[in-house]
Design a protein around this ligand. Structure first.
Ligand code: NAD
Length: 418
């Protein structure tokens, strides 16, 4: 993993690279490389022992030309202003790739949630929600879960917002628990779109996923669901990892049992259903048919990319490859299916949740999964068409070309005010 690469610079480079294939004015492209606004705030929160601790927190609203800002909230000690800006930009292009009517946003608090009690995390989250209140809302900016946040945090944010606004507004956040207005199928949505992308990718490349070997880096929400659903297609998940390291069995692992072990013990370490333990770097370089990076950004950099052993990469994490790594893998003919398509299931079902909240009408899980499959396979076909018709170097470029075209058209149609 590379800590040297600034993800915001990576995002800007990706936009510039795609712009070279588009007939969009340079000033419009320049606008699409910078967030519209970034809220930076210091939260003061009372700890269980009565002391006050300060937390640095952010919310970046990158672009709202296609609809309300939309994107997750991350709790991690490595959160930075530039990381949040980059992630909010990737949300703009992700929403445009799958053609849902949202712009992009992202938030984060610099903290390691393992160091705080549930009561402290609730106060931290409510304090953050109170700071966000003037800039979020069902028609303006709609947060969602990201790394180390989930239904619990979304329920707290919704409750704080509704209390302060003296209203009910379930559509202010997505990724809520079902009884608080969450959607059926939301928890599995990101892993499901990773599976759908992998399935379509193998089909397009004339390979059989039923006989594929698979390695998954990161075994949280995105990675573990992707592993389970890819396993259900008949593929052989041989290695999975989390921040404690990787477990490996060349004959295949039981993806569900590995998740149960992680739920019980807090990590994959010591999983009895594996034959060997590996480092994360060893997992990323395994000779497998499919690699799914599902941890954090910059997992594979230009130094590691020559050693990647997979033929196909489907990105579950946001920004897991540095631009250098992308160049190396393109030269090596490794087919990389980008985050903005592959993990877009999360935001797509968030969109379905928001639609259901606004209609006050809940869909069945079957309907959610069917609509998600339609959105992802349509987006996949549009991306392939761009790749073939414009002779683009890789699928990421195709995704950015499709997305930037859509956002640029909305930006140009709106014009500049005043
Ligand atoms: P999570 O917190 O549920 O899981 C993260 C996992 O990564 C954990 O298992 C953790 O141990 C592991 N990890 C952390 N550092 C690691 C390292 N160096 N090597 C190996 N594993 C490591 O988070 P998540 O929601 O699954 O998100 C993972 C990625 O997917 C992030 O990039 C996130 O932005 C992206 N994503 C998530 C969603 C979603 O709906 N959850 C949607 C879109 C994108």
């Amino acid at each position: 993993m590379s800590d040297d690469v600034n993800p915001f610079e990576s995002l800007q480079e990706q936009v510039d690279d795609a712009a070279a294939y588009l007939d969009v004015p340079a000033d419009v492209i320049e606008r699409l490389k910078h967030p519209e606004r970034v809220l930076e705030t210091t939260l003061s929160v009372e700890m269980d022992d009565g002391s006050i601790e300060l937390f640095e927190a952010f919310r970046s609203q990158f672009n709202g030309d296609r609809g309300p800002y939309k994107g997750g909230i991350r709790y991690h000690p490595g959160v930075t202003r530039d990381e949040v800006k980059a992630l909010s930009g990737w949300m703009v292009y992700k929403c445009a790739v799958v053609d849902i009517p949202y712009g992009g946003g992202k938030g984060g608090i610099v903290l390691d949630p393992r160091e705080y009690s549930t009561a402290e995390l609730e106060r931290i989250t409510r304090s953050y929600a109170a700071e966000l209140r003037p800039v979020i809302g069902p028609d303006t900016d709609i947060p969602a879960p990201d790394v180390n946040t989930g239904q619990r945090e979304m329920n707290w944010i919704k409750d704080t917002y509704e209390t302060l606004e003296n209203t009910t507004a379930p559509g202010v956040v997505t990724g809520k628990a079902p009884d608080s207005g969450g959607s059926a199928g939301r928890v599995e949505a990101t892993g499901r779109s990773v599976m759908l992308t992998a399935r379509e990718a193998f089909d397009y490349l004339g390979k059989e996923i039923e006989s594929a070997t698979v390695a998954v880096q990161g075994y949280g929400n995105a990675g573990s669901v992707a592993a389970k659903l890819i396993d259900d297609l008949g593929a052989n998940v041989v290695a999975v990892s989390d921040s404690s390291g990787a477990v490996y069995d060349p004959d295949g692992l039981d993806a569900r049992a590995a998740k149960a072990h992680k739920n019980e013990t807090g990590s994959l370490a010591g999983f009895a259903g594996a034959r060997e333990e590996l480092t994360n770097e060893e997992l990323l370089t395994l000779d497998v048919d499919l690699l799914v990076p599902a941890a954090l950004e910059n997992a594979i950099d230009g130094d590691l990319a020559p050693d990647v052993g997979a033929d196909i990469i489907v990105e579950a994490a946001n920004g897991p490859l540095t631009p250098d790594a992308d160049d190396v893998l393109t030269d090596r003919d490794v087919a990389v299916f980008p985050d903005v398509l592959a993990n877009a299931g999360g935001v797509t079902v968030s969109y379905f949740e928001w639609v259901q909240n606004r209609q006050r009408f809940a869909w069945t899980e079957e309907r959610v999964n069917d609509e998600l499959e339609r959105v992802i396979t349509t987006a996949f076909d549009n991306l392939l068409a761009a790749h073939e018709n414009r002779d683009l170097p890789n699928f990421r470029m195709a995704a950015y070309v499709v997305a930037i075209q859509r956002v640029a058209e909305a930006a140009e149609q709106g014009g500049i005010w005043p």
